[in-house]
Write a protein that binds this ligand. Structure first.
Ligand code: LLP
Length: 427
């Protein structure tokens, strides 16, 4: 396996000495220095993932808004802001992070079904580029807030195109039964209503059909339905400056074969051109596909616990650090930090964390040659891991490193107990 990049993880490889590397850094050495659980991200992998989109949109009028919920650590935001990205945000907290990282508010789009008046006010004050409005009720509240501030809020309406993204039900968002967006049939009437309100300025239209999408067809279908709507909205005299196609492109977790961002967009742009929308301003909101396979989580094996039905490999990372298996039965590859010597005996384990729940598993039925005290890497941990982590069981949040070539920078200190106790009051 020497020098072989891991499939889907171009910046992770085993070097000739058998040691797992992220770019030019030895993962085991990083874990020895910074402790575990430890998230290690590759700057090169993030920028390469972004470059695929930038290549896809070269010479088009397009804005890439990184869906920061995937990984909202400040240094990651700073990296994407410097690379020219805007941001898709879903809360006042995310807005504050963008501003703290030096992001440009004018390139921010504010999505989400439950924006509060306070969040709307903060976003208007900061000057966000667009509110992606998700319901008819939200239109009235946003109009109220904007009028009370003497402002006009730029809006697009998030349409629920009712297409099946063919992904996990918890992360499908563009089907009729989902809470997101305005129903396709109600879209024109909703635009007419919004256009008549003094506090709103219609600037765009938007959809997002789901996440970890690995096929092209749902995107092509959603685009057709969106363009039909743009036609009818503009015929009603309401100009649409930009079309936002959301995010959702999947990554390779377990042999998944999503299209490359530039290949997918070549097809989508061909459709836009064929339908006469090639010059329109485009927006996209990718999250996972920019960061997911740029990160791994290093964990130490605490105990091996053989059993009659199952063998358990108990590690020091848990569902509070890596919530995706518990929440979505998600698969993350788990690999050793050092290639196993020839003839090593593998055992099949459930890899589990210390949290007191049977749902606290990281991987099931994994064949590993591992001893207590050794370390493992959980792959594809750049997206929806740290950003969804918690202090459950009063466990500290892990530390994070960003690797750039042979240099690793600490971008988040491990939680201290003082961090965890801050803000709590005894009776
Ligand atoms: N735009 C909107 C409005 C979204 O709701 C999302 C994700 C995105 C963009 C970015 O989607 P992406 O490119 O990352 O697929 N925690 C789940 C994923 C939840 C996705 C929520 N919305 C997971 O770990 O699989």
């Amino acid at each position: 396996m020497s020098h072989a990049s891991l499939p889907g993880h171009p910046f992770v490889h085993y070097a000739d000495n058998g040691q797992l590397h992220v770019e030019n850094c030895t993962v085991d050495a990083l874990a020895a220095q910074y402790g575990t659980p430890l998230f290690v991200y590759s700057k090169g992998a993030m920028l390469a993932a972004l470059a695929a989109y930038q290549k896809g949109f070269a010479s088009r009028n397009a804005q890439i808004c990184y869906a920061m919920k995937a990984n909202s650590s400040l240094a990651v935001l700073q990296l994407f802001a410097k690379a020219g990205c805007g941001f898709d945000i879903v809360s006042g907290g995310e807005l504050a992070r963008v501003l703290a990282a030096g992001g440009d508010a004018a390139k921010v789009i504010f999505s989400g079904v439950g924006k509060t008046r306070t969040e709307m006010r903060e976003a208007l004050e900061a000057g966000v580029g667009c509110f992606n409005v998700e319901s008819e009720a939200e239109i009235d509240v946003l109009n109220d807030v904007a009028v009370s501030m003497g402002r006009k809020a730029p809006i697009s309406i998030r349409v629920n195109p009712n297409v099946d993204p063919k992904t996990h039900p918890y992360i499908s968002t563009g089907l009729k039964g989902n809470k997101f967006g305005v129903a396709h049939e109600r879209t024109l009437a909703t635009y007419q209503r919004a256009a008549a309100l003094p506090g709103l300025q219609v600037v765009g239209i938007d959809c997002h059909i789901g996440s970890q999408i690995t096929e092209e067809t749902p995107y092509l279908d959603a685009m057709d339905r969106m363009l039909d709507l743009v036609d009818s909205i503009e015929q009603a005299g309401i100009p649409i400056e930009h079309i936002d196609f959301g995010g959702g492109l999947g990554i390779n977790y377990n042999g998944d074969t999503p299209p490359a961002a530039d290949a997918l967009w070549a097809k989508l742009l061909a459709k836009l051109d064929a339908r006469g929308f090639g010059q329109r301003k485009l927006m996209i909101e990718p999250g996972r596909s920019l960061v997911g396979n740029a990160g791994l989580c290093v964990t130490e094996v605490l105990y091996l616990k053989p059993g009659e039905q199952k063998n358990f490999c108990i590690v020091d990372a848990a569902m509070n650090d890596l919530p995706r298996p518990a929440m979505y039965q998600a698969f993350h590859a788990i690999v050793p930090l050092q290639t196993a010597p020839a003839g090593a005996d593998n055992t099949v384990y459930d890899v589990v964390g210390p949290v007191c729940e049977s749902g606290d598993w990281i991987g099931r039925d994994r064949s590993l040659a591992v001893q207590a005290g050794e370390r493992l890497a959980v792959l594809s941990a750049g997206a929806y891991c740290m950003s969804m982590s918690s202090n459950y069981n009063s466990r500290p949040k892990a530390a994070e490193l960003l690797v750039d070539g042979g240099e690793a920078r600490l971008i988040r200190q491990r939680d201290t107990m003082a961090d965890q106790l801050r803000g709590e009051l005894l009776l």
